[in-house]
Write a protein that binds this ligand. Sequence first.
Ligand SMILES: [Zn+2]
Length: 130
Amino acid sequence: MTELSLLGSECATCGTVGFPAGTHCARCATATATPRQLSTRGTVWTYTVQRFAPKSPPYVPPPNGFEPFAMGYVELPEGIRIAGILESDTFDDLTGSPAVLVATEPVPRFVVQPDGIDTGSTHSGAEANA
Ligand SMILES: [Zn+2]
């Protein structure tokens, strides 16, 4: 499986984690933020379902035409919420479900599994590539 990661930043002054990476802290506004890899697993915080094709451009419809998709925020263990596309077999009751990052371009994309993710590890994220 391809190594995926989200690059954020962490403030050396107050510890606030931001995404995308920046040199200034979003909370205390000092220029002490340094790059930091973010977890690739989190929990769906909230979401909505896009049931009609967005305005194009900028939206680029897929070759087979538009299909409804879920989009929302995934909360990472770092305490930050990342906006992205949510892939799931269902659009029901995704809030609180585990989500795994599967792509970062052009926008973050997560696979959501409301019944849990059966990949062996039950821990979310932080033990990634040191
Ligand atoms: Zn700060």
